[in-house]
Design a protein around this ligand. Structure first.
Ligand SMILES: *Cc1c(COP(=O)(O)O)cnc(C)c1O
Length: 235
């Protein structure tokens, strides 16, 4: 059976408290850090819980799953794509999502820009960077990131809000923690460099999930993407 709203609410309170604690230690304002609920594999009720609690957005990692779930959710909330997107699904994604966090190639940019133009909208995006050099992860290589960001900034129907990354898993908890710290520091440094060089804020740093959100917030995350810690383990 799926969790109740009360359980969801208690878990969300606990995560917010953890974010506040890390922010206090890092000298950050906790209002700079958004909690986004990752509802993939969960029923539409998961989306309604997030909205009722007051969260701005939910994250889904597959276009078709989100398209199927959207009509079943009664609450109004923003939908964001956080999973890999193939160019041939760009049009469907632009129609379905309020923001795409997983843009990782110039080819995909081209398709998204064209689809947004055809649908008469400006699409907010994040560029996904493989800031931890994980061979198993999608995302542009750190070395290719400057060119990708410049290409995105030049697109007429796209608005670049910032960067996103996923930290690689290690063989042990200590190794995973080390990867996370390195990955988040890399993304933060890249953002600061590019923002200064290109004269654009790239405000959003989407980093941190259930297992590594404290490290991400300490490193400057503005948005943590949390599934398991809110809804329990996925099947
Ligand atoms: C599934 C997913 C998450 C949430 O992961 P949890 O460990 O369940 O919090 C965050 N980001 C991305 C890109 C995901 O695919």
């Amino acid at each position: 059976m799926f969790i109740t709203f009360n359980e969801f609410s208690q878990r969300a309170d606990k995560i917010r408290a953890e974010i506040a604690k890390v922010c206090a230690a890092a000298g950050r304002d906790p209002r700079e850090v958004e909690l986004m609920a990752v509802t993939k594999t969960h029923p539409a009720a998961a989306v309604d819980y997030a909205a009722r609690y007051g969260l701005r957005a939910v994250g889904e990692n597959r276009v078709q799953e989100a398209a199927d779930k959207k009509p079943l959710a009664t609450a109004t909330i923003a939908w964001e794509l956080i999973g890999h997107l193939q160019s041939n699904k760009a049009r469907l994604a632009v129609g379905c999502f309020d923001r795409v966090q997983s843009v990782d190639s110039e080819k995909l940019l081209l398709h998204l820009d064209r689809a947004a133009g055809e649908l008469g909208k400006t699409l907010p995006i994040l560029l996904q960077i493989n800031a931890g050099d994980d061979p198993a992860k999608f995302g542009a290589d750190l070395a290719d990131a400057p060119r990708l960001v410049e290409a995105a900034l030049a697109k007429k129907n796209i608005c670049v809000d910032g960067l996103m990354t996923i930290a690689p898993l290690g063989a042990t908890p200590a190794e995973t923690a080390a990867h996370a710290a390195r990955t988040f520091a890399n993304l933060r440094t890249l953002r600061d460099d590019l923002a200064a060089r290109l004269g654009t804020p790239l405000r959003e740093l989407s980093m941190g999930m259930s297992g590594d959100l404290a490290a991400a917030v300490a490193a400057g995350s503005t948005l943590v993407r949390v599934g398991t810690a809110l809804y329990g383990a996925r099947e």
